[in-house]
Design a protein. Structure first.
Length: 274
């Protein structure tokens, strides 16, 4: 899902549609065109997409024999993946090198809280669910507040328990499915002292990820490109010994090389947002 840009500097997203249903040569041509146009390509996608899509992306990367194509598949709910993709699009306009930008995704995941309001947790397999919660799922009108990242949490909406949110300034994005509930925006956002609230369409993979289409998905995020830029540019960097590009950490997301033991980092990380 490509979220709309929040400013006129955000780089537009290129959406690769129907990868699992089109001929291989069409997929290869689409990605080759993007590489020719932009030089480097970062594909951000959910782990809830069909397995055939994941296989197709890896096959395309192999056929192109390209070290300019990075695949980023974070273990986050679909709305969180969409938020990360937009943050990378914001950073792409800031002159950050391709290797640093492509390896910034895992760093930025630390600053999102992803969850949902669900009518049932019977089919939820991404977060530990106790027997009591399973039993209460059968009760009419039940609502559950769930956090999948950064740490699993599950409560029954309307009870005394609360969900723990971020301890730094954030905004909240809410995407409504087939569930009538304003709890995320009207109750949770004020409790977490959100600086702002916005709405988005529900990603196509959300129902599969959460185990039900009756949900309201939400995600907190850092909206300011300057803060994102400071986080990424102050992170520990190294130079890939194989392809020579700058990366965050010791693993190159383009050529998949890992830094030899004993390599010294270029810069130390500072991971607290301003």
């Amino acid at each position: 899902m490509a979220l709309p840009a929040q400013d006129d500097r955000t780089v537009p997203a290129a959406v690769l549609n129907d990868l699992d249903r089109q001929p291989m040569e069409h997929s290869v041509d689409a990605v080759r065109t993007l590489l020719d146009r932009h030089g480097h390509v970062i594909v951000v996608y959910s782990d809830a997409v069909p397995a055939a899509v994941n296989r197709r992306l890896h096959a395309v990367r192999s056929l192109l024999e390209s070290d300019r194509l990075a695949l980023f598949r974070p273990e986050l709910p679909p709305l969180g993946v969409a938020v990360l993709a937009r943050q990378l699009r914001q950073l792409a306009a800031c002159g950050i090198s391709p290797g640093v930008l492509a390896s910034a995704g895992p760093l930025l995941t630390h600053y999102v809280h992803c969850g949902a309001v669900l009518n049932s947790v019977i089919r939820l397999d991404r977060v530990p669910v106790g027997l009591k919660a399973h039993a209460k799922s059968w009760m009419p009108g039940s609502r559950f507040g769930v956090i999948a990242h950064p740490a699993p949490q599950l409560i029954r909406v309307g009870g005394e328990a609360t969900l723990t949110g971020p301890d730094f300034g954030s905004w909240m994005l809410v995407a409504k499915g087939r569930l009538e509930s304003d709890w995320a925006g009207a109750t949770l956002a004020p409790a977490w002292n959100m600086a702002g609230l916005r709405e988005a369409a529900l990603p196509a993979e959300s129902a599969a990820w959460w185990g039900t289409g009756k949900l309201v998905e939400f995600c907190t995020y850092l909206p300011d490109p300057l803060v994102l830029y400071q986080l990424v540019t102050s992170a520990r960097r190294s130079v890939c010994h194989w392809c020579g590009i700058d990366v965050i950490g010791d693993h190159c997301v383009f050529c998949s090389a890992t830094a030899p033991a004993g390599d010294e980092p270029v810069r130390e990380a500072h991971t607290s947002p301003e």
